[in-house]
Design a protein around this ligand. Structure first.
Ligand SMILES: [Zn+2]
Length: 299
């Protein structure tokens, strides 16, 4: 424990960082929509076992309150839910000290990537601000999950640490980036209203209780300024929630596109989406800077 703490001090050396431990119970039950349940043997049924798709949450890894869930059926809109947007693009965060040093480094890599490639600023929580991200390896439901947009108060982003079963959410910084993007207000790429032009969803291959995870957003409630992005860090893989081997749940329609989604880095499109959402393109100088960063650093 002592060793962990020393490294955390190193990681949080920013001025005025404080080390107040928030009260977080060992077991946290975030709100789960009634009609989404986890099958206990799901991991064995999946072709591509993935910690991101194991918790019994909306669309696999998004926690929703009933209130938001009802609205989400028609999509979250910033004009309807302005409070979901992090003000001034500033996102205070606190990383659980129970993570091993190597896992803290992985989380910090994700944060530094987003801070570098966008005008959004993740800043260490000062111990006072009401709203902040609490990055914590929640035990139930375990896995990689997040709320969508700002929720208010101490908002959990659950990132399960590596263990004997595998790297879980922190093999690389990719999954941490994915969950942080949900917390910033970004949905899965394949839930775009126009996705059927680009991908085919194979409903027969999806584990029945997870069919809702492949729902679309309605057009009136969302804007799509950028092309459909097969390479998005927010796109499902071909076998997410599959009934079994050789049964893809989602496949590309465009000839030449071989793979769907990845959990390595921001794609060009992810980078553009985030910068657009947070107004980073509003000023000509910033627009130039972040546009080029997306072009050169996005995969
Ligand atoms: Zn997700």
């Amino acid at each position: 424990m002592r060793r962990v703490f020393v490294v955390m001090v190193f990681l949080m050396q920013e001025k005025n960082a404080r080390y107040i431990l928030p009260t977080v119970p060992d077991v946290v039950h975030p709100p789960v929509p009634d009609d989404v349940k986890v099958s206990p043997d799901m991991e064995y049924m999946m072709d591509d076992p993935d910690p991101e798709v194991t918790p019994g949450l909306f669309q696999g890894d998004m926690a929703m309150t009933n209130e938001i869930y009802n609205y989400w059926r028609v999509g979250i809109r910033w004009d309807v839910f302005p409070e979901k947007l992090w003000k001034n693009g500033t996102v205070p965060y606190y990383i659980s000290p129970i993570y091993e040093p190597a896992d803290q480094v992985t989380i910090m890599k994700a944060i530094h990537t987003l801070n570098f490639m966008t005008c959004i600023r993740f800043v260490p929580w000062n111990g006072k601000t009401k709203d902040y991200l609490l990055i914590w390896p929640i035990k139930y439901p375990k896995g990689c999950w997040s709320f969508v947009g700002k929720f208010g108060g101490a908002q959990i982003v659950s990132l399960q640490a590596p263990d004997a079963t595998g790297p879980n959410c922190l093999g690389t910084e990719g999954r941490a980036i994915h969950e942080l993007m949900h917390a910033l207000g970004i949905f899965h790429e394949q839930s775009r209203w126009d996705r059927d032009k680009f991908v085919k969803v194979h409903l027969d291959n999806i584990i029945p209780q997870f069919k809702n995870n492949f729902d679309k957003q309605s057009l009136e409630n969302t804007t799509y300024s950028f092309e459909y992005d097969y390479d998005s860090i927010m796109h499902y893989g071909k076998y997410f929630f599959s009934k079994g081997k050789g049964k893809p749940t989602i496949t590309p329609k465009t000839p030449g596109v071989k793979t769907l989604g990845q959990r390595k880095a921001l794609s060009k499109g992810d980078c553009l989406k985030l910068n657009d959402l947070y107004g980073c393109f509003d000023k000509p100088r910033l627009r130039r800077k972040y546009y080029f960063l997306c072009q050169f650093m996005g995969i």
